[in-house]
Design a binder for this molecule. Structure first.
Ligand SMILES: Nc1nc2c(ncn2[C@@H]2O[C@H](COP(=O)(O)OP(=O)(O)OP(=O)(O)O)[C@@H](O)[C@H]2O)c(=O)[nH]1
Ligand SMILES: [Mg+2]
Length: 228
């Protein structure tokens, strides 16, 4: 499995003559959470490979995308970087959740209120009839600020377990963490690909697959690798 920034080769063994007829699947992944937790920086890191020098509060939504290759299939990951500030998001909320394939909830490990507010974000998501089969993950960002951490990993893991989500603790800023940032989206893309390959689907077009147990990705459990 390899990630690419929009280019990349074709699946081994595929016929170049047929290439124009092979449709690239698009997975819509929304990134949700309080303002200032680093949603824009995380999506920038995944799609662009860098940490933006300066960001401004997102207004409405910013779209970013990256084409990745999973088991020989090219998949377009369409990332919706949403606004955390109520005044910049209220007219857009319906659009965020429409036909969403996966949800990334982000909090700032140095700000407890961004963690306690997660329940409101989850309620909003549930209130928009997002199927429980749509994969959701939890991301604690700004782990580079080690001396300022307010949200212990144990607390976050408990919350993730209670909500049947995987937990990723990352830093959009630290280049050494970039693989872990990639793992958030690659993990979701792998799960979506696996779900959607199954022949048996439920009424919403999603297979009736149970969600895996929550798990924290760190050195011990294979940081940066896809756990699916
Ligand atoms: N130290 C550190 N700072 C970060 C990190 N990620 C983001 N920041 C900083 O946090 C601030 C907010 O980042 P954004 O990505 O704009 O936050 P946002 O969640 O998109 O905010 P809204 O668009 O208002 O919802 C900026 O000053 C970033 O430089 C990180 O991993 N570590
Ligand atoms: Mg933003």
């Amino acid at each position: 499995m390899a990630a690419g920034g929009g280019g990349g080769g074709r699946p081994p063994g595929s016929d170049p003559a047929l290439e124009p007829y092979v449709q690239t699947r698009i997975f819509k992944i929304i990134v949700i959470g309080d303002s200032n937790v680093g949603k824009t920086c995380l999506t920038f890191r995944f799609c662009g490979g860098t940490f933006p020098g300066k960001t401004e509060a997102t207004i409405g939504v910013d779209f970013r995308e990256k084409t990745v290759e999973i088991e020989g299939e090219r998949i377009k990951v369409q990332v919706w970087d949403t606004a955390g500030q109520e005044r910049f998001r209220k007219s857009m909320v319906e659009h965020y959740y429409r036909n969403v394939h996966a949800v990334v909830f982000v909090y700032d490990v140095t700000k407890m209120s961004s963690f306690t507010n997660l329940k409101t974000w989850i309620e909003e998501c549930n209130g928009h009839a997002v199927s429980p089969l749509v994969p959701r993950v939890l991301v604690g960002n700004k782990c580079d600020l080690k001396d300022l951490i307010q949200v212990p990993s144990s607390l976050a893991l408990k919350f993730a377990d209670a909500h049947n989500m995987l937990l990723f603790e990352t830093s959009a800023k630290d280049p050494q963490e970039s693989q872990n940032v990639d793992a958030i989206f690659m993990c979701l893309a792998c799960r979506l690909k696996a779900q959607r390959s199954l022949p048996c689907r439920d009424a919403e077009g999603w297979p009736g697959q149970p969600q895996p147990q929550s798990r924290r990705l760190d050195e011990a459990s294979g940081k940066g690798s896809c756990p699916c």
